[in-house]
Design a binder for this molecule. Structure first.
Ligand code: X8Z
Ligand code: ZN
Length: 633
């Protein structure tokens, strides 16, 4: 992840703020004030009027100086953030806040200065590339009051630290449990009481930083407004080479395109959960309780595959079991992923990656365990930080993280302002695209699945269902997280309504409900990393569609003609070359051009995902018909 923008994944806050994602037309939203965030209005600030029109030479000098400055500041901040996330202490938090403030100041000043070049007289003479750099520079917050800037940076570092440190300490004498342990309970237990205890224990932690988050939202909005955006949500929606209000419509359009597939999966899951638990725990209509999906946020459901697998012919292959049994180490997990990328013709990871990354949860200190990928210097110093366990889930996540790392390495020769994904959804999609090629045939090839594992059509439906439990189940979640935040940033949702609005969206989009009555002062959204860490989430929704577009395009490039879900590009350098060419562009071109280069399409679209899952959709419809009839009978 990233933003700070990437923070998570990518780079330092600067990137997030200073670069954001490219916008060819990204201007502050101009509509009249609206109530809800998705249509939120902006009070655009006029471009700063310079007394004399700046010259082309001025613009070029300014960009050169700014790029030199950012190169250094990015590295400073990345190091401070790295240390802050790897050793959570009051001191490292203060250091991260200090550099965050410097960066915010520099980004704000550069944005203001860049505005000077929004001059009609200059528009004709600027190259596309320089014009794009000037636009990217204006995709940032700007807090001119040093006190507010400091407060913002302190709140940001504190929120990240608070999430990283949070633990559930039961009052009945059991030892405290960090998130990783609670997640394991959610993934493996089938005892509703135990699941509920783990779920509610974790969700009881975030109210402690709710007020801090609410203050942070105010400061962030102030910074967005100083730059002329309606609020921070509008700033986020401005990073997609289209007007921000159009982006909100695009998201809704894409969701509606894939919604029938989600609904079929949700209905099937309900029947199976009713059978596995009881009709008392799982109602026949209305939202399904959130603690039953095998995941703390019910965002992916593959951990409950054993409860949902097709009745006959299920192979029951369990990659987690194999990895556990072989005692696969975090380093070996990472090497599996690295070998996939090198099979595509990509380079081996630099030696410093192995020396500096954090691959396992340390026993002796607090770290932010949420997986992330980092570029420290914009060049070879790339790392990941992840508490890797030998599970199928982490096997996919490690491929995801290396996708970020290979993106960093591919665009390292771009100017610093273009060292970013074509848009943030692209950055999130690369590793997932590669992970779509982890097919049974591939697992056999690398010796993780027995050669004699049967492959009849019924077991294939099981594989496809398992994949849908992560890739389809996540869609409404990946959409609603920022639908919630857009409203929070727009002021349509006030702190007193945080939970009400969160669960209204959870129910509306996901069909999932709170397993316990809401608590006064609750902050369930804050139990998800990206909210306290302030990492935008729409990127994952886009990534979930883009990865299927990339997969289809790369499979075609490889000359593959069978069903999409059985394609693996492993070992195909021709496909690798095509992928790499897109990665090398960074954010130097509007993203539709990057998409066109790899797939021939210039719109993000759910068609490839629907094609991939078409056999499953037919199967689910049939199952649901039978299960509904059984229910009646
Ligand atoms: O945060 C992440 C990655 C780091 S960019 C591990 N993901 C989202 C999440 O965990 O909620 C990947 C999928 C969605
Ligand atoms: Zn990521």
């Amino acid at each position: 992840m990233d933003t700070k923008p990437l923070v998570l994944a990518l780079a330092p806050a600067v990137i997030l703020f200073a670069l954001g994602a490219g916008t060819a037309h990204g201007k502050p939203e101009k509509k009249a004030q609206a109530k809800s965030a998705s249509g939120a209005a902006a009070k655009p600030k006029p471009a700063v009027k310079a007394s004399a029109a700046p010259t082309l030479a001025d613009a070029k000098r300014f960009l050169a100086q700014t790029e030199t400055k950012f190169d250094r500041l990015n590295a400073d901040q990345a190091r401070a953030d790295w240390v802050g996330a790897n050793f959570i202490t009051d001191d490292t938090e203060a250091i991260a806040a200090y550099f965050g403030e410097l960066q915010l100041d520099a980004a704000g000043q550069a944005a203001l200065a860049a505005r000077r070049y929004n001059h009609p007289g200059l528009a004709r003479s600027l190259s596309n590339s320089d014009a794009r750099k000037l636009k990217l520079l204006q995709l940032t917050l700007m807090l001119s009051d040093p006190k507010e800037r400091a407060a913002y940076a302190v709140a940001r570092a504190a929120l990240s630290g608070a999430y990283g440190k949070a633990k559930y300490c039961p009052t009945d004498g059991r030892p405290c449990m960090p998130l990783g342990e609670l997640e394991k309970i959610l993934a493996t237990s089938r005892d509703p009481a135990r699941l509920l205890d783990a779920w509610s224990g974790w969700h009881a932690q975030s109210p402690a930083y709710r007020d801090r988050y609410a203050d942070f939202v105010q400061l962030s909005n102030k910074g967005a407004r100083e730059m002329g955006y309606a609020d921070t949500g509008a700033l986020w929606r401005s990073g997609y080479d289209m007007p921000p209000e159009e982006f909100a419509f695009e998201m809704e359009r894409l969701w509606l395109q894939v919604k029938p597939l989600y609904e079929a999966l949700h209905e099937y899951t309900r029947y199976k959960l009713r059978a596995a638990y009881s009709p008392k725990v799982v109602p026949l209509t209305g939202p399904i309780p959130a603690h039953l999906f095998g995941n703390m946020w019910s965002q992916t459901w593959d951990n409950i595959y054993p409860l949902l697998q097709p009745v006959s012919g299920a192979r029951g292959f369990d990659l987690t079991k194999v990895l556990e049994k072989r005692k696969t180490t975090p380093k070996q997990m990472t090497e599996y992923a690295e070998r996939f990328y090198t099979s595509l013709g990509m380079p081996k990871l630099p030696a410093s990656f192995w020396e500096r990354s954090l691959l396992a949860k340390p026993r002796d200190r607090e770290v932010v365990c949420h997986a992330s990928a980092w570029t420290i210097d914009g060049q070879d110093d790339v790392r990941i930080k992840m508490c890797i366990n030998p599970t199928a889930e982490d096997f996919a996540v490690i491929h995801h993280e290396l996708g970020h790392v290979y993106y960093f390495l591919a665009y390292r020769d771009q100017p610093v302002l273009f060292r970013n994904g074509a848009n943030d959804g692209f950055h999130e999609a690369i590793g997932d695209t590669v992970a779509l090629s982890i097919t049974p045939a591939y697992l056999k090839r690398i010796g993780l699945m027995d050669q004699d594992q049967e492959q009849d059509p019924k077991t294939q439906m099981g594989d496809l269902l398992r994949r849908a439990l992560s890739k389809v189940a996540v869609l409404p979640w990946a959409y609603m997280v920022d639908r919630w935040r857009w409203d929070v940033y727009a002021g349509a949702t006030q702190p007193a309504d945080y939970d009400r609005s969160w669960w209204q969206l959870r129910e509306q989009y996901m069909g999932i409900g709170r397993p316990l009555p809401p608590q006064a002062g609750g902050f369930d959204a804050g139990a998800k990393y990206h909210v306290p860490a302030d990492v935008p989430y729409a990127r994952y929704f886009l990534a979930n569609l883009l990865q299927f577009q990339f997969h289809r395009a790369l499979c075609r490039e490889a000359g593959y003609e069978g069903p999409l879900h059985a394609c693996s590009i492993h070992g195909n350098e021709k496909a690798g070359k095509k992928l790499r060419a897109m990665l090398e562009l960074g954010t130097s071109k509007p993203w539709p051009e990057a998409l066109k280069a790899i797939s021939g399409e210039d719109r993000i679209d759910g068609g490839a995902l629907l094609e991939y899952f078409a056999p499953l959709k037919a199967w689910l419809d049939e199952q649901n018909r039978l299960l509904a009839a059984q229910q009646k009978g």
